[in-house]
Design a protein around this ligand. Sequence first.
Ligand code: 5AD
Ligand code: SF4
Length: 441
Amino acid sequence: MNVYDSKRMEDILAPFGYKTTDAPEGADMVILNTCHIREKATDKVFSELGRIRPLKDKKAEQGGQMLIAVAGCVAQAEGDFIMERAPYVDFVFGPQTYHELPEMIANLTNAYGDNRRVNTEFPSESKFDFLPEEHGSQGVNAFLSIQEGCDKFCTFCVVPYTRGSEYSRTVQGIVDEAKRLVDNGALEICLLGQNVNAFHGEGPDGKIWGLGRLIQAIADIDGLERIRYTTSHPRDMDDELIETHAHPKLMPFLHLPVQSGSDRILKAMNRKHKADLYREVIEKLRKSRPDLAFSSDFIVAFPGETEEDFEDTMQLVRDVNYASAYSFKYSPRPGTPAANMQNLIRPDIADERLARLQGLINEQQLAFNQQSVGLTMPVLIERKGKREGQLSGRSPYFQSVNIQGNERLMDTIVNVKITEGFANSVTGDVVLQETISEAKA
Ligand code: 5AD
Ligand code: SF4
């Protein structure tokens, strides 16, 4: 979502003459859009700021001015602290106030004296009511925020505090944006929200629509080939959404985080469901779309996690059999209920559990990629690969696919026969039909 937000900041600033650059050197303004989810991400902010500071000094020596801003969830949570610890930061704003950027900049550059400002209120009206239309294209693969914030309050998570309470955009606003993205070249749209399947937006009929219905409406857009959505909560997987997974435009890959396989830990995390509910949801989804591949997030060494609890997580992973998954060591976040829990897990035990879980997940990922060998699948070619003549894209199952092919295939969907499967990618050959049309072109 930070990628989407950064893009929207560009849209807001374009009419004021700001353009993006590839490097911060010499820029008139540098905005760091930050993530607060785990300590590691937050730590990066200050090291990054330390890197940018000399660039600001250099620009000032040359008679220019570089504004430095910190945006996003670290800004939201630690705005005043940032201003104190990094006096060269000019302004700080949270994820819900970036539509006020022009005003914040004018305030800094027009007036005299010190106008450094922390803008982290949660406004009563949504930023989506104020954002301008998108400027330029996101390319073949576009993000679209449909929902933000979260009311679930998992005990480890900062999101309800940094992104604020749950908010859904209107169906019309989303469909209009999706159409413009397609007009600007998008073949695939990924619908975004911290709790995206809690979406409940007002439909054109005045009724409240869920995510399933919204996806069906977006799937009707001509020229749009692929839809994905992320990130979901198992409790919000309603029947309509599950049935929508049979739709050919909704890609057969779902990131559905469970965090732990232990009922005791799920309770301590306030996830509001048991491990078996997750298993049931997965089973229903597989009935609706038999080739659906899954990924998840896991937290190991949550306070109080016993060897038995951890083994329950390992068992859940074995039961589901993931195509990929992310796993993290628990990281206490200031202001969350879990941060006050006393029964912390020893770091060496946490490391060992993480390694075991990641070992199992890597095995499953490799097996999934190897099972694809021999299959032919449509691949959206998005970028050049690492090797000479190599192009890279995504399969319907979100695998990274590398092919040898002419650059004219870039930004198109081509059929690829998978020849080899690795831990993090597969390779394949463009199938004959495409090779013929390539030769003719
Ligand atoms: N510690 C470790 N991992 C966390 N996540 C969120 N908060 C924490 C935390 N305090 C992980 C969860 C979530 C993903 C985005 O980040 O697994 O699904
Ligand atoms: Fe955080 Fe997701 Fe839990 Fe919401 S549902 S509190 S975003 S982990």
